[in-house]
Design a protein around this ligand. Structure first.
Ligand code: ADP
Ligand code: MG
Ligand code: MG
Length: 946
């Protein structure tokens, strides 16, 4: 038959049942029960207890009643506690009291219920008063039991008890609970029992066993309480786990002034500082500390009140931390000078603390670098690298009238600045006036990018999380909120309004890119930077070492066997420098078209596009060549020694031209005003722009198709790349250019264009008389390219998955339209599990990638494979890239540290040196915690009589 209950002295039985696996022990007994058992075993003073298993809870949920035999086992275990404590449950002379505490596998602070002081009845109250001579303490405990039992077990609202207590205190002129004397608590007990009778329609139970039974059942039920269910949904904890119930003999922090209770963290959970942080209250019980009934004292002051207990507490908690090799969050109670530990668990912590603690613990020799890397989440690294609002100020603002609107949280981080409604104004105010600016637009387009780059933050009233504004903002690490639909932007009057409030151009606003909240005015900020975050730098260095371990991936010859490298997408030398500073080992994507949008170049680009002859086009391109060469030179210099992938021109040419509507308006105005000069040119331009119109430009004349239609452009680009690389080589820089041809759909396209480009490359190296390493390759972003990868790899020396386009074309979704119109519904309805533009869809897009790599490497085993879509910075997608054999992932410079951590974690997860599973509680050597001598467990000084 199944065993439902385990006592404090049954370590061996637990260990046997769980095969020595600590994780299973926690699963069976819950975190609290496992911790209590482990502490008891090691001789830490824990009041005698037993644990009803999570299996019993799950069985209860199924049956709607206690499983067979469970209650008998509880009664049996209670006998053992009675023996250990020298008291007897329900005994009129020397009664045992217990607490009934919930405790699931994963801690769910405050989500489930606990009842203290079970066993108090009119009879036992009299007994304890006689034995302790302390009626004040006994009636205080009794009224607590009635309240907790009433609220937890019978669901009576708190106010039914809190209200009368407040009224009584007011009537008597008491400020604090400690002011109440024995007679007062006696009177409160009378009032509470009255309230209980009225609310519950029955007397407060005078049978201690009934109290225990109902409390046990209430804890089981609290597993499915709304609070607990919501919490589990939010934290992704399974609803199947169930909670254990811990029955623990009571120790009394409210006994006298040599008693108290407290909670503490072995290190500071906010900063990670290696200093105990905690609070305690003298003469108080259980949750008084957290509840804020009185202002607690700092833990270090306990030294002055109860020096012996304090010293013992510090010694025990140090041992606990060494034993669990992580920061502990503990609860303790001191009864008449004697210390008892009531809980220990791994402490939750902020991002900053997580990193500092992990690094410190390696330096202390407590954990390995592998464990340290595993203990910090990619999200925590993300948090550390974005400027942040001061938390208290932000909370206050959310409830003040500076709150303005809410949109989609497209790019995290905090931004404060003055509002400008167009890119040029935003840029000029930032540059010449040195203002912090926030660019606000209905939506953004490629020619708004200079304004976005100059801005501290971007806000749009239209578009979704993958709209242009969102993608570009994430790329540049700019906080961004999109689709704030309640905002009306009046571009004429230069004002935006929402909810009856108006914000004018030049006014200050604050954006919280992490929540999507927009505020009027300025919320104070704190700005982190990687350089100052020495602990994070250390941690990421360890991460890189893990990823670089050879043999981590088993693979055919030619395939990478180390973990993933992390490269970055960077268009400008300054981005490349940042990428390198953030730890990128290459540039996976340099988009050359941004270079064409610079204000001094755009007119030449337009001239080139409008050229009627190849000669005229070449003349314009000759003007552009030195600009491009300079851009590339800067990139190679910044990435000295690392590969730089440069993508040849990709977007449709009309993106570089003025819009048709704007031109039409100009032409009409000129005609109306009778302006003759320049009219003909404008009309011609309008004609040309109209002629360039495509109904589906994203699937039209762009990418390699454009290169074949107008090879002069890419010929110029390749010349610029190779001249720059040659110049750099001559200056002693190691330049490794890789030329990437975008949007290939058939190998024939490469056969047409690539030899021409290689000829130029060869010509330049010959002219300059230098040699350096280079590659020609292609982007895989059209499904047909993935399917015919074996053919494509005959020419392409590398593949780079453009997963944004590949996802669009594989699903047949237009990204912006999908985001705006149906993606959310699809996710809510469960048609899509996740947004495939954020996380690679492994079953579809992912399989295409996998197939392309297999086929490509069959043709060319040493084929270099990477990914340069936005997915390159997403941990789940990084895992997929690791599994299918990518050499690297490339992402925004700001996400490089996140990707470095994620790449290392996936290397650990699947690598040869897999994480050791936690050892059994008995087999764990537990040098630190276990003592050869097992201290005798006694419940308190006064429990002498057997
Ligand atoms: P939570 O999970 O909400 O912290 P707990 O079960 O840990 O709930 O208990 C709530 C409070 O009561 C804690 O402060 C705890 O230390 C205290 N407590 C629980 N059991 C006992 C006991 N047997 N003796 C004294 N205090 C106890
Ligand atoms: Mg607790
Ligand atoms: Mg593309």
């Amino acid at each position: 038959m199944k065993k439902w209950v385990y006592r404090f002295d049954e370590v061996k039985a637990v260990d046997k049942k769980c095969g020595g696996d600590w994780d299973r022990v926690k699963g069976l007994l819950g975190g609290k029960g496992a911790g209590l058992l482990d502490m008891t075993r090691a001789g830490v003073p824990v009041p005698p207890f037993f644990t009803v298993t999570t299996e019993a809870c799950n069985e209860y949920q199924k049956l709607g009643k206690f499983p067979q035999g469970m209650w008998q086992e509880e009664l049996g275990a209670l006998k053992r506690i009675e023996k250990a404590s020298g008291k007897k449950f329900g005994d009129p002379v020397n009664p045992l009291l217990v607490s009934c505490r919930s405790g699931a596998k994963f801690s769910m602070p405050g989500m489930m219920d606990t009842v203290l002081n079970i066993g108090l009845t009119d009879t036992t109250v009299a007994g304890i008063i006689r034995s302790t001579g302390n009626p004040r303490f006994v009636y205080d405990s009794y009224r607590r039991l009635i309240e907790m039992f009433g609220t937890v077990v019978l669901g009576i609202p708190d106010e039914e008890f809190e209200g009368p207590l407040k009224a009584y205190k007011a009537k008597k002129g008491f400020a604090l609970d400690v002011d109440l004397q024995a007679e007062d608590w006696m009177e409160i007990v009378r009032i509470y029992r009255e309230a209980f009778r009225k609310q519950a329609g029955r007397e407060f139970p005078q049978d201690p066993f009934k109290q225990l039974e109902l409390a046990t059942e209430a804890v089981f039920k609290s597993w499915n309480g709304k609070r607990a269910v919501d919490y589990r949904n939010h934290e992704g904890i399974s609803h199947e786990l169930g909670t254990a119930v811990n029955i623990v003999s009571m120790v009394f922090g409210n006994r006298d002034n040599d008693s108290g209770t407290g909670v503490a963290f072995t290190r500071n959970p906010a900063t990670g500082a290696n200093k105990m942080m905690g609070d305690y209250l003298l003469n108080a019980q259980g949750e008084d500390v957290v509840a804020g009934i009185r202002n607690p004292d700092k833990i270090e002051n306990l030294k002055n009140h109860l020096p012996a207990a304090y010293a013992q507490f510090m010694a025990i908690t140090a041992r606990l931390e060494r034993h669990y090799r992580d920061v502990q969050d503990v609860e303790f109670t001191i009864e008449s000078g004697k210390l008892w530990m009531l809980q220990t668990r791994t402490a939750k912590r902020t991002a900053q603390a997580a990193v500092k603690i992990a690094v410190d613990m390696v330096h202390d020799g407590l954990i390995t670098t592998d464990e340290a890397v595993d203990r910090v989440t990619p999200d925590q690294v993300d948090t550390l690298l974005h400027p942040q609002f001061d938390v208290t100020a932000l909370k206050a603002a959310e409830h003040s009238d500076t709150y303005f609107a809410k949109g989609v949280n497209a790019s995290p981080g905090a931004a404060v600045g003055q509002v400008y409604f167009d890119a040029n104004k935003a840029e000029s105010m930032a540059k010449s006036e040195k203002q912090d600016v926030i660019m606000v637009r209905p939506f953004t387009k490629p020619d708004d990018v200079h304004g976005m780059i100059a801005a501290k933050g971007v806000l749009t009233s239209e578009g979704g999380a993958t709209s242009h504004a969102a993608v570009v903002a994430r790329q540049f690490g700019i906080p961004c909120i999109v689709g704030a639909a309640t905002i009306q932007i009046d571009l004429e009057r230069r004002v935006m309004s929402a909810g009856g409030k108006s914000i004018h151009e030049g006014d200050l606003i604050s954006l919280d890119g992490s929540t999507g909240n927009v505020f009027a005015g300025k919320i104070p900020m704190i700005e982190p930077s990687l350089k100052e975050q020495t602990d994070l730098i250390t941690l990421l260095k360890w991460a890189d070492e893990i990823s670089a371990r050879p043999g981590s991936r088993k693979a055919p010859k030619g395939w990478p066997t180390r973990g993933l490298q992390v490269w970055a997408n960077a268009d400008y030398p300054k981005d490349a420098r940042r990428a390198r500073e953030y730890g990128a080992h290459g540039i996976g994507l340099c988009r050359t078209e941004h270079m064409f949008f610079e204000p001094d170049r755009l007119p030449v680009v337009q001239e080139m596009i409008l050229a009627e002859s190849s000669a005229a086009r070449s003349r314009a391109l000759d003007v552009l060549l030195p600009f491009q060469r300079k851009d590339f030179d800067g990139l190679f210099e910044a990435m000295d020694g690392y590969p730089v992938i440069i993508r040849l021109i990709d977007p449709p040419l009309h993106e570089f031209m003025p819009s048709e509507e704007a031109l039409l308006e100009e032409v009409l105005t000129m005609r109306l005003r009778g302006e003759g000069t320049g009219l003909a040119e404008k009309e011609h331009l309008l004609q040309t722009v109209r002629g360039m119109h495509e109904s589906n430009p994203m699937m039209g004349l762009r990418g390699v198709r454009l290169s074949i239609a107008m090879p002069e452009i890419v010929e110029m680009q390749v010349r610029a790349i190779f001249e720059a690389a040659a110049d750099c080589t001559l200056r002693g820089i190691v330049a490794k250019p890789e030329v990437m041809i975008p949007l290939t759909g058939t190998v024939k396209e490469l056969e047409w264009i690539q030899p021409r480009l290689i000829r130029i490359a060869k010509a330049v190296t010959a002219e300059k008389g230098v040699n350096f390493h280079y590659k020609f390759g292609t982007m895989i972003e059209i499904p047909r390219a993935a399917v015919t990868a074996a053919e494509i790899a005959k020419l392409a020396e590398f593949f780079s998955f453009g997963t944004n386009d590949l996802t669009q074309m594989t699903y047949g979704y237009s990204r912006d339209d999908a985001e705006r119109n149906f993606l959310l519904t699809y996710i809510q309805e469960g048609i899509l599990e996740k947004n495939p533009f954020q996380t690679i869809d492994r079953d579809g897009v992912g399989r295409l990638m996998q197939m392309a790599i297999l086929d490509g490497r069959r043709t060319r085993p040493e084929l270099e494979v990477g990914i340069c879509g936005e997915h390159g910075g997403d941990p789940d997608s990084i895992e997929w890239c690791h599994l299918i054999g990518n050499d690297y992932v490339s992402c925004s410079p700001f996400r490089v540290p996140i990707a470095r951590l994620a790449a290392a974690q996936v290397t650990l997860k699947y690598g040869e040196s897999k994480k050791k599973t936690a050892k059994s509680i008995t087999s764990r050597s537990s040098k630190a915690l276990s003592k050869p001598r097992r201290s005798r467990v006694r419940s308190s000084k006064t429990s002498g009589r057997k």
